[in-house]
Design a protein around this ligand. Structure first.
Ligand code: 5CA
Ligand code: ZN
Length: 478
C-alpha cells in the first residue's frame, strides 16, 4: 500500500477528495491498465463484503440466490428489440475461441435478462411455479462512453446485484416493485444514506421496461447519484422469450416480470456521504474494523499496558466486535491519523493512567472523547455505537435537506440546480421537460417522488402553467 504523504484535499473540493481517498483509505487502486476497470484493495473489499452481506440478508428473506453464466449467445441477446437498442453501444463481444472464430458471437452480460429468461421459460409450466424471485451478485460489463469513475461509472461493474422476479399478473409484479423499493430503502437506512425515490420519465426508463423507479441520493457536490433501480418489465420479455404459464382455467398466459439492481455505487455513496476532511467515516454495521485499540506506551509500564490491551481485545472480540490493536512502533498521533483516514468508527486508547484509574479512553470518529470505566465498557460501547449511527443518519439527512429546494419560478431554477436538486411542478409534457433541462443543463429525474420531506401535491407547471401538475425532481446527475 501507499505511504501517506501530504494531506487529503478538503471535502468541499469533492472530486479531488474522492479520487484521493480511494487510495489513501485503501479502497481502490485505479492504476489497472484498462480504462474503467479498478482493483479492490482488501480493506475496501472488507467494506464491500459487509455491505453486500446486509443486502444478501435482506433479499434472502424471500428470494433465492443463484448464478448464471457470464456469456450470452448473440441470438438470445438480440431477441428483445428495445433491450438491444438500449445496450447495443455498450456490449463487449467475444468473437474468438483462441484463433477460431465462434459460430455464435457471445456477449459479456451488461445485465442478465437475456441469460436468465430463456431458462425461466424452461422452468415455468403452471401458475404453481410462480412467483419466482431469484438474484445474483456478479460482474457485468458495459462499454460506457461517458467519463468513467471508480465505483461510480465502471466498464466492469464488479458487484452487480440483480434480482429477477416472475409473477402471474401485472398487479402482482407492481406489488413486487413496491416491495423491492421498500427493501432498498431499508438497505440504505442501514448504511445511513437517505434516498430520493422517483419514477423516471418514459424516455429515461430501462430498455424493455413498462416503467422504472429510481433510487437516488445527493452527493456532497449537489449532484445526484442513481444508486439503484427497480423496473416493471410487464410482459415485454416474456413475449420474446415465450415465458408462459398455465392459469387455473388451463389457459396459457404470459408471465409478468420485474428486475432490480444495485451496484458498488452503493459504496461510492457510503464513502461520499459520511467522509470528511480527515477521511472516511464508516458506519459500525459495515466497518471492517469497528474498534481500533491504540496502546499508549510509557517505557516502564509497557508490559503491563500490553497485557491489558490483549485482555481488552479478547473481551471485545467475545462481545462480537470487529476489533484490532495497533501495536506498530509509531507515535499514537500517527496511528490516530491512519485509522481516521480509514473511517474506523471507534478508537480506544489505553495507557498507564487508564490502568491506574480502571478506565479506557473512547474516542468516536467524530472526535467525541469519553473516559469509560472498564467495568461498564460493554454497556457504554453499545450506547456509543447507537449514538454514532444516529449521528451519521442525522448528518446525512441534514445534507439532503440542505440540498433540496422547492422552486416555483423559472428564474430560481438554475441557482437551485447549481447547488442541489430542485423540486418543481411539471405537467408531464416532453416539451416542458426539455425546456427545464435546457435552462438548468440538468435532468428531469422523475415524478411520484418518495421522500419524507416532500408532501406531494399538485401545482401549476413551472414552464407552461398547466394546473394539476405533479412534483418532479430536477438535478445534475453522475
Ligand atoms: N437489469 C436491470 C436491473 S438489475 C438493470 O440493469 N438496471 S440498471 O441498468 O439501471 O442498473 C442497475 C443499477 O446499476 C443502476 O441503478 C446503477 O446504480 C448501477 N449501474 C449502472 N451502470 C453502472 C456502471 N457503469 N457502473 C456502476 N454502476 C452502474
Ligand atoms: Zn408544462
Amino acid at each position: 500500500m501507499e505511504e501517506d504523504t501530504g494531506s487529503l484535499p478538503q471535502k468541499n473540493a469533492f472530486s479531488e477528495w474522492y479520487n484521493e481517498i480511494l487510495w489513501r483509505a485503501d479502497i481502490m487502486d485505479v492504476r489497472y491498465p484498462v480504462k474503467g476497470l479498478y482493483v479492490w484493495y482488501p480493506y475496501g473489499f472488507g467494506i464491500r463484503k459487509r455491505v453486500y452481506g446486509i443486502l444478501r440478508d435482506l433479499l434472502d428473506r424471500d428470494h433465492e440466490e443463484t448464478l448464471f453464466p457470464l456469456l450470452i449467445p448473440e441470438n438470445e441477446f438480440m431477441k428483445e428489440a428495445e433491450h438491444i437498442k438500449g445496450f447495443e453501444e455498450e456490449v463487449y463481444w467475444v468473437t474468438h475461441g483462441g484463433t477460431t472464430p465462434l459460430d455464435v458471437k457471445l456477449a459479456l452480460r451488461p445485465t442478465s435478462e437475456t441469460a436468465i429468461y430463456p431458462m425461466y421459460a424452461l422452468w415455468i409450466r403452471s401458475h404453481a411455479d410462480l412467483p419466482i424471485k431469484l438474484y445474483q451478485i456478479v460482474n457485468t460489463f458495459r462499454y460506457e462512453t461517458k467519463h468513467t469513475r471508480p465505483l461510480i461509472r465502471l466498464r466492469e461493474i464488479t458487484s452487480f446485484k440483480e434480482a429477477h422476479t416472475v409473477h402471474a399478473t401485472w398487479e402482482e409484479a407492481e406489488e413486487q416493485v413496491r416491495e423491492a423499493l421498500a427493501r432498498y430503502r431499508e438497505f440504505y437506512d442501514l448504511l445511513c444514506i437517505p434516498v430520493l425515490i422517483s419514477r423516471r420519465p418514459d424516455w429515461d426508463k430501462f430498455p424493455g421496461a413498462d416503467y422504472t423507479m429510481a433510487v437516488d441520493t445527493i452527493m456532497p457536490d449537489g449532484k445526484t447519484l442513481q444508486i439503484g433501480t427497480v423496473h416493471h418489465l410487464g410482459d415485454h420479455f416474456s413475449r420474446t422469450f415465450s415465458m408462459t404459464y398455465e392459469d387455473a382455467n388451463g389457459e396459457q398466459q404470459f408471465c409478468q416480470q420485474t428486475c432490480y439492481g444495485i451496484s458498488e455505487r452503493s459504496i461510492a455513496a457510503l464513502i461520499s456521504m459520511h467522509g470528511d476532511d480527515a477521511g472516511l467515516f464508516i458506519p459500525p454495521a459495515v466497518a471492517p474494523v469497528q474498534i481500533i485499540i491504540v496502546p499508549i506506551l510509557v517505557k516502564k509500564r509497557t508490559d503491563e499496558v500490553m497485557a491489558a490491551v490483549a485482555a481488552l481485545q479478547e473481551e471485545l472480540q467475545c462481545a462480537g466486535y470487529r476489533v484490532r490493536t495497533d501495536s506498530r512502533d509509531m507515535r499514537p498521533g500517527a496511528k490516530y491519523y491512519y485509522w481516521e483516514m480509514r473511517g474506523v468508527p471507534i478508537r480506544i486508547e489505553l495507557g498507564p493512567r487508564d490502568l491506574d484509574a480502571g478506565t479506557v479512553t473512547v474516542v468516536t470518529r467524530r472526535g467525541e472523547k469519553s473516559q469509560v470505566m472498564r467495568s461498564d465498557l460493554n454497556t457504554s460501547l453499545a450506547a456509543i455505537v447507537e449514538g454514532i449511527k444516529e449521528d451519521l443518519q442525522r448528518t446525512a439527512a441534514e445534507h439532503i435537506k440542505n440540498h433540496l429546494f422547492f422552486v416555483d419560478d423559472v428564474s430560481g431554477l438554475p441557482d437551485a440546480v447549481g447547488c442541489g436538486v430542485a423540486a418543481v411542478f411539471w405537467c408531464g409534457d416532453r416539451g416542458c421537460a426539455d425546456r427545464i433541462e435546457e435552462i438548468t443543463s440538468a435532468s428531469v429525474l422523475g415524478t411520484d417522488v418518495g421522500y419524507e420531506g416532500i408532501v406531494v401535491q399538485e401545482g401549476d407547471c413551472i414552464i407552461c402553467g398547466k394546473p394539476h401538475s405533479v412534483v418532479t425532481l430536477v438535478g445534475r446527475s453522475y
